[in-house]
Design a protein around this ligand. Structure first.
Ligand code: NAD
Ligand code: TDX
Length: 339
């Protein structure tokens, strides 16, 4: 049983949001979810096709930066807002940062402003470890690590975190911020490392490894992030930040070789390419605070979860072929009209 029964979830048609909604409905019988999503290139209503007919689930198409649309959808009926909606791909933010500022910064402020005018008692901001910048070969990000974002994406997420903080200090809004490391699992848009490399390898296309391939990320299976978000919602202290991480540091080369091994392919597909500008070297999360204060811990072993994830893409070629080709837009258009 949860004391937060009516959830206003934004960005629920994306990778983590869709996995979270499925996880919350499966693990909390009394929870209802309204999913508010703009359906950008990264939002795919098909990600929730299996729960579309669940009477505890509903969907509204809308933009978190559109004050009227948010006000129309977010009423006193809700106990909590959980904000997943964002532009999320670092490489896209390097090409064009504008939408990152509009959605991630202005959109967050609009949501906070509408939330404070309702009786919503919790606002959970889904943030990222990237707000802390980059680590050398030792040390970990704690919640006290100064914010030092390096990409337009991470700068927009850091800006949003500070606005969330200000709405707690100035207006007393019941905010909690989670900062998680790199997620992997089913339904991840194939522009991110793991789904891009799995689907490229399945098609015998090259795997473009940036720079020397030795950048390190701390990987977490998406369901372990979902359980942490529920724990932060239900047991988090307002005004606090919780770091979430799987404790699975791997270099990009190691990830690539593990994917190729799971698919029975050799290293000839690996293709070293020019480095990402400003490429953060290493992320590693200290999640002791969440483990201690939220009673949370990740339950999935990295190796088993990566194999299961690779198997999911092998078993669901229609999903990723349609996503990669852009065909899934037809499905949106049928369901929700043209954008
Ligand atoms: P995603 O790109 O897969 O999905 C983003 C979703 O937000 C899409 O459904 C999209 O349609 C929606 N959206 C975008 N702009 C919107 C707007 N203006 N209004 C309403 N909806 C909008 O992203 P993801 O990987 O699932 O990430 C979700 C959240 O988690 C983001 O806030 C991201 O910063 C954070 N995060 C991601 C990771 C990761 O490894 N992927 C790690 C830590 C934190
Ligand atoms: O083609 C590629 N080749 C490559 O070498 C891609 C897409 C990535 N990489 C490298 C860059 C990174 O070192 O792999 C690593 C992971 O890259 P991404 O999947 O783009 O993730 P990252 O940049 O680490 O950011 C992710 O984690 C934190 C998410 O995209 C963010 O939304 C989240 O906040």
């Amino acid at each position: 049983m949860s004391s937060y029964k009516r959830l206003f979830v934004t960005g629920g048609c994306g990778f983590i949001g869709s996995n979270f909604i499925r996880y919350a409905l499966a693990n909390r019988s009394d929870v209802h979810v309204l999913n508010f999503d703009k359906l950008t290139y990264a939002g795919n209503a098909e990600n929730l096709a299996d729960i579309e007919s669940d009477e505890r689930y509903s969907f509204v198409r809308g933009d978190i930066a559109d004050r009227k649309a948010v006000s129309d959808a977010l009423s006193d009926d809700f106990d909590a807002v959980i904000n997943f909606a964002a532009e999320t791909h670092v490489d896209r933010s390097i090409l064009d940062a504008g939408e990152f500022i509009t959605t991630n910064v202005l959109g967050t402020q609009v949501l906070l402003e509408v939330a404070r005018q309702t009786s919503v008692s919790r606002y959970v901001q889904i943030s990222t470890d990237e707000v802390y910048g980059s680590l050398g070969s030792t040390g970990y990000f704690t919640e006290k690590t100064p914010l030092a974002p390096n990409s337009p994406y991470s700068a927009s997420k850091a800006a949003a975190d500070l606005i969330v903080r200000s709405y707690h200090h100035t207006f007393g809004l019941g905010v909690v911020i989670t900062r998680c490391s790199n997620n992997f699992g089913p339904y991840q848009f194939p522009e991110k490392l793991i789904p891009l490399f799995v689907t490229n390898a399945l098609a015998d296309e090259k795997l473009p490894l940036y720079g020397d391939g030795l950048n390190v990320r701390d990987w977490i299976y998406v369901d372990d992030h979902s359980s942490a978000i529920l724990a932060a919602l239900e047991r988090g202290t307002v005004g606090e930040v919780y770091n979430i991480g799987g404790g699975n540091e791997r270099s990009n080369v190691e990830i690539t070789r593990a994917i190729l091994a799971a698919l029975g392919k050799d290293g000839s597909l690996i293709h070293f390419v020019k480095d990402r500008p400003g490429h953060d070297r290493r992320y590693a999360i200290d999640s002791q605070k969440a483990r201690r204060d939220l009673g949370w811990k990740p339950l999935h072993s990295f190796g088993d979860a990566l194999e299961a994830t690779v198997r999911w893409y092998v078993d669901n070629p229609t999903w990723w072929q349609r996503v990669k080709s852009g065909e899934y837009r037809d499905y949106y258009q049928k369901q929700y009209g043209s954008r």
